[in-house]
Design a protein around this ligand. Structure first.
Ligand code: ADP
Ligand code: MG
Length: 389
């Protein structure tokens, strides 16, 4: 039994405590890390997330009176009560906007969703770049899909929840996080082509290979983040326009030198383009290695991806660089920052036998540098969203 199944009785008990009745069901959706393919999702490119064992659980029942009641063990302030007819974007920026946005997005496309009582419990760290927001949205969508017999596919639910976060919460995220939460499977990373949304499960059996994937949550989030994201995004669009392509995804590695020539005089856009083109190529190389069972061979690609994010895309920070450098110096197979950058988490691929040494080295180097104590845990490629009972 996973921690998620273990948590279900507690979530049911909390629902009874909050709402005074038994929930109709309990659903779960995981957090994620992205193995490779960073900042590629808004360039029509490739990403490769995997689901964490950490999940957000939702206990839920439908209501017939159009009232939506939301309660989370992870949020102060008690029950948030809304009327589904009154939901309008952009909602006040607080946690309830995520699940309320999902209800709104479903009703926007004409799905017959009414009121509900929902209680959430989560083991996904929030704001650590592990996508607790997508876990919250996707578990809500899955619960409502079942309660109202909507029959939507996981990918359709992912699209609806992305729309909720974009249009209702007001955060311009791509489709990766929601697709990961909805579609990942145990023992696999999910290859996703963000242009046509085709996806494939790629075997990533870490325990079977004697390997571990560590997640290093730096516990910092540098303020720079939001503006820098918009800037990178605009720079990539400028590059695509200058190169006459729909998106940077359309530049292959073979055509990179020619593209960089064309962009001479705009060093910033050159660097952005170089990252996106080489990163898409790294995703393809990682897939080829994993399909061939050469799991260790992806290590140098992870580390090269980090260098590219640090030097070309300029979205790393001291904490992420230290995590990666220390991991590699202590014998890791490879390491990189994961997520948008400027804080959040790094991932480290390591031999099982070296995991403790590497983890200790990172914690010690963080202490010596005066950084916050990082949270280090193991990421087993886990299941996507599902009904728990
Ligand atoms: P990330 O998705 O990387 O964790 P975000 O800033 O996108 O970071 O989302 C974090 C926000 O999502 C939290 O501040 C909170 O508003 C909301 N959230 C996520 N999980 C929960 C939860 N279980 N209960 C209440 N709010 C949550
Ligand atoms: Mg998020």
């Amino acid at each position: 039994m996973t921690d998620t199944e273990h948590g279900a009785p507690r979530t049911a008990a909390a629902f009874r405590e909050v709402y005074g009745a038994e929930p109709t069901g309990i659903w779960a959706a995981p957090g994620r890390v992205n193995l490779i393919g960073e900042h590629t999702d808004y360039n029509d490119g490739f990403v490769m997330p995997l689901a964490l064992p950490h999940t957000t659980l939702a206990a839920a029942s439908a209501r017939t009176d159009g009232v939506l009641r939301l309660h989370s063990g992870g949020a102060a302030g008690g029950i948030v009560e809304l009327r589904v007819d009154d939901l309008r974007p952009v909602a006040p920026a607080r946690w309830a906007a995520y699940p309320a946005g999902v209800v709104w997005a479903m009703r926007e496309v004409g799905l017959p969703v009414g009121g509900a009582d929902l209680h959430y419990d989560s083991t996904v760290p929030t704001g650590a770049g592990l996508s607790s927001s997508a876990a919250l949205e996707v578990v809500t969508a899955l619960a409502l899909d079942a309660l109202y017999a909507l029959g939507r596919t996981p990918q359709e639910l992912a699209r609806l929840t992305q729309r909720a976060e974009n249009a209702f919460v007001g955060v311009p995220v791509g489709i990766m996080d929601q697709t990961a939460a909805a579609c990942c499977t145990e023992g696999h990373a999910l290859f996703l082509d963000t242009r046509d949304l085709s996806h494939r499960q790629v075997p990533f059996d870490l325990p079977g290979e004697g390997l571990r994937l560590l997640v290093v949550d730096t516990r910092v989030k540098h303020e720079l983040g939001d503006g820098a994201y918009a800037e990178r995004r605009a720079g990539c669009e400028r590059g695509a326009r200058a190169l006459g392509v729909r998106a940077l995804r359309d530049i292959s590695l073979a055509h990179l030198p020619e593209a960089l020539n064309k962009l001479a005089g705009d060093a910033v856009v050159q660097s952005l383009v170089r990252h996106i083109v080489t990163e898409n190529h790294r995703v393809e190389e990682v897939i080829a290695h994993l399909d061939a069972g050469r799991t260790r061979a992806i290590g140098p690609l992870l580390t090269a991806g980090h260098a590219s994010l640090r030097d070309d895309f300029a979205v790393s920070c001291a904490e992420l660089d230290l995590a990666v450098d220390t991991a590699n110096a202590a014998g890791a197979v490879g390491a990189r920052m994961t997520g948008g950058g400027f804080g959040g988490s790094a991932i480290v691929l390591v031999e099982e036998a070296d995991a403790q040494t590497v983890s200790t080295a990172i914690t010690e180097d963080f202490a010596a540098a005066g950084h916050l104590t990082p949270r280090v845990f193991t990421a087993v490629p886990s299941a996507g969203a599902r009904r728990v009972r």
